[in-house]
Design a protein around this ligand. Structure first.
Ligand code: ZN
Length: 106
């Protein structure tokens, strides 16, 4: 089966869609599901134990790229990973994640 993917660098969500997803994210943040996730106290990206209060909600696929505020697309992240993810290009972010994984095993 042939799958056709749209070019991720061209596709951009409309401002309207992003606004809607941000509102959804705010609601999701108040949900028992999210509170349970944070209570686990683990950063999704680096896997370190983080105090629940310091975890932030992070979209795996950014809203600007058409990501949704759904349970499948939001993860708890520590401040450090959150900040890095915002300023890195996707390819640099992958390198960062890989370097974290290598750290864990060395
Ligand atoms: Zn982290």
């Amino acid at each position: 089966m042939l799958m056709v993917f749209t070019e991720p660098f061209i596709e951009r969500a409309t401002e309207e869609a992003v606004k809607k997803e941000k509102i959804k994210a705010r609601q999701l943040r108040k949900s028992p599901w999210w509170k349970r996730k944070c209570a686990e106290g683990v950063c999704y990206f680096c896997g370190r134990n983080i105090r629940p209060k310091e975890l932030t909600m992070e979209h795996v696929v950014p809203l600007m790229r058409g990501g949704k505020s759904s349970k499948g697309n939001v993860v708890p992240a520590c401040k450090e990973c959150n900040t890095r993810k915002k300023y890195l290009l996707p390819i640099e972010w992958e390198d960062y994640r890989k370097s974290l994984l290598e750290d864990t095993w060395s």
